[in-house]
Design a protein around this ligand. Structure first.
Ligand SMILES: Cc1ncc(COP(=O)(O)O)c(C=O)c1O
Length: 371
């Protein structure tokens, strides 16, 4: 049997009769730039996030870069984040003119450790950027307290966590609800994926929303009038139409991912070399990734590959150990929990269309390896 890590064709076949007409309508209208689908999608994603504004942009990377630019960082200004994430989290801090300050993770959830974030605050700190890694939210209530106490912004990297939520004092809080600004990615493999690149920022700060709308359009709301220097980072109208057609399915797709995750975790119970994902109390996980910690990870990976089971390592090198950040002065052992995670994690196929026989095959292949 062959179980790919991701198979977007199954989803495409299931929904193409809904998406193609939406796409066709954009083509018939020829309104490719900032067409009506953009505003419709922005309103829906803002609503989903319990936020007042959505601002579509060209990618998840830009959905982080633009709010960081809106901080007007000066050389030496610091943004505290996790090193155990996709490169864009820290790359955007650098590209916005700031310095990433990496702090270690909570070993259960792989998300930023709030105590470590608090300890890293300095007079130069301008923001904290948690990542809701793999689809479950970081400890937003603690991060909010820290950010509030020190007067710094909270920017959520929710690229992997659209629709994730966390019960705080008995109230469901959405990814994107509590931060000053939040970035989403619509990269095709995401739980809500476009048919190309795309991203969105949500915020409930009216002035910031206005500013971000300008920054994505060369710094001016009115054509050929530029209050500041922005860039071209519009969400493509074709992509917005695809996403609008897909959005009604998102909750069911993420629920299906949760079912698969529960099935895997039950079936792998008792394999002592394998630690299944921990969902923190209060979190509703959307399982963008289903990620194990395992012993002899690289040998398991080779075994899975030989047996036709797709898998991936997210992420093999924590960002504080990347050559491009060498001048920040981190060493091997600086952030041991992130470094340990990078040696132990492996992600399995978790997309909604997987069938029971495929899940069983993945489990049997892992059990066979550790027998
Ligand atoms: C945690 C995280 N941040 C940022 C991004 C950047 O998103 P994009 O690839 O849409 O630019 C991604 C996805 O690739 C991601 O997983």
């Amino acid at each position: 049997m062959n179980v790919p890590l991701l198979d977007l064709v199954g989803q495409y076949r299931a929904i193409k009769d809904e998406v193609i007409p939406a796409l066709q309508a954009v083509i018939e209208s020829q309104l490719f730039i900032m067409g009506p689908s953009i505003g419709q999608l922005e309103a829906k994603i803002a609503e989903l996030s319990h936020a007042r504004h959505g601002i579509g942009c060209a990618s998840g990377t830009d959905a982080l870069l633009l709010p960081l630019k809106a901080l007007n960082l000066k050389s030496g200004d610091e943004v505290i984040t996790t090193p155990f994430t996709f490169f864009a989290t820290a790359g955007t801090i650098h590209n916005a003119g700031g310095t990433p300050v990496f702090v270690d993770i909570d070993p259960d959830t792989f998300n930023i450790d709030p105590a470590a974030a608090a300890a890293a605050i300095t007079p130069r700190t301008r923001a904290i950027m948690p990542v809701h890694l793999y689809g479950q939210m970081a400890q937003m209530e603690r991060l909010l307290q820290i950010a509030g106490r020190h007067g710094v912004r909270l920017i959520e990297d929710a690229a992997q966590a659209i629709g994730a939520r966390r019960s705080i004092d008995g109230v469901w809080r959405m990814a994107g609800e509590l931060g000053w600004a939040t970035g989403y990615s619509f990269f095709p493999s995401k739980n809500l994926g476009a048919w190309g690149d795309g991203g969105m920022i949500v915020t409930s700060d009216d002035a910031t929303a206005e500013r971000l709308k300008k920054l994505r359009l060369h710094g001016g709301a009115k054509q050929y009038h530029h209050e500041e220097v922005g860039t071209n980072s519009r969400l493509d109208t074709v992509q917005a139409a695809v996403l609008l057609a897909k959005l009604p399915h998102l909750a069911a797709w993420s629920a299906r991912r949760r079912e698969h995750a529960a099935y895997y975790s039950t079936a792998l119970h008792g394999v002592s070399a394998v630690r299944t994902p921990v969902t923190a109390p209060g979190n509703e996980h959307i399982f963008h990734q289903y990620t194990l910690r395992v012993e002899r990870r690289d040998a398991l990976q080779a075994h899975l590959k030989a047996k036709g089971v797709g898998n991936a390592i997210y992420y093999p090198i924590p960002l504080h150990r990347q050559p491009c950040f060498a001048d920040l002065g981190y060493r091997a052992g600086s952030l041991p929990r992130s470094e340990q995670a990078a040696l132990e994690v492996i992600s399995l196929p978790i997309y909604p269309e997987l069938e029971r026989a495929q899940l069983d095959y993945v489990v049997d292949t892992i059990r066979e390896f550790y027998r």
